[in-house]
Design a protein around this ligand. Structure first.
Ligand code: SF4
Length: 169
């Protein structure tokens, strides 16, 4: 969807020519499209009014944009600008805790613990690796522990039904 959308609308100013209803139609195949359309337009307005139409390159500035939280801001910093940042989404949170790279029920604490143990130059790739592993092997409900290459390093082990049969530590 973004490939099509960004080919048509190249800047915040171009998005702002759309009405909310028009933008909703453009993005209706994604979840929560109404609130996302509202936030996109509100964020574009702030980008135009506060940042001269450019996307800022700091966490504090990015999180002033409507609809942009810490995770999204870090994804933008790392993926759009190549600035080291370790975004913690649901996969990163789950896999990091299972592997023992972090131990916390709080997202910001997991973020801080990961940043402590992962070298800064690996933050961006680690984010992608943990997401990849979470999607391919270490799913939320039935992680494929039997075929997981990280078993020896993991604090958890689940059987085929998704029940925990071993938890180290
Ligand atoms: S052994 Fe299981 S819980 Fe641990 S990382 Fe692999 S898939 Fe996830």
């Amino acid at each position: 969807m973004t490939a099509r959308l960004f080919a048509q609308y190249r800047s915040p100013a171009e998005f702002l020519r759309l009405s909310q209803a028009d933008l909703e139609t453009e993005i209706k195949e994604i979840g929560l499209f109404r609130s996302k359309a509202k936030n996109i337009l509100a964020a574009c307005r702030v980008l135009e009014e506060e940042f001269g139409g450019d996307v800022p390159r700091t966490l504090s500035e990015l999180t002033t944009l409507p609809g942009v939280g810490r995770k999204t801001a870090k994804v933008v910093l790392s993926n759009a600008f190549g600035i080291p940042a370790l975004a913690v989404d649901t996969h990163v949170f789950r896999v990091a805790n299972r592997l023992g790279l972090a131990h916390s029920t709080r997202v910001e604490e997991v973020e801080r613990q990961l940043e402590d143990v992962i070298p800064r130059e690996e933050w961006i790739r680690t984010h992608h690796r943990l997401i990849w592993h979470g999607r391919r092997r270490c799913g939320a409900r039935k992680p494929a522990c039997e075929s997981c290459t990280l078993r020896a390093h993991c604090e958890y082990f689940y059987d085929a039904t998704g029940a925990i049969i071993l938890k180290v530590n």
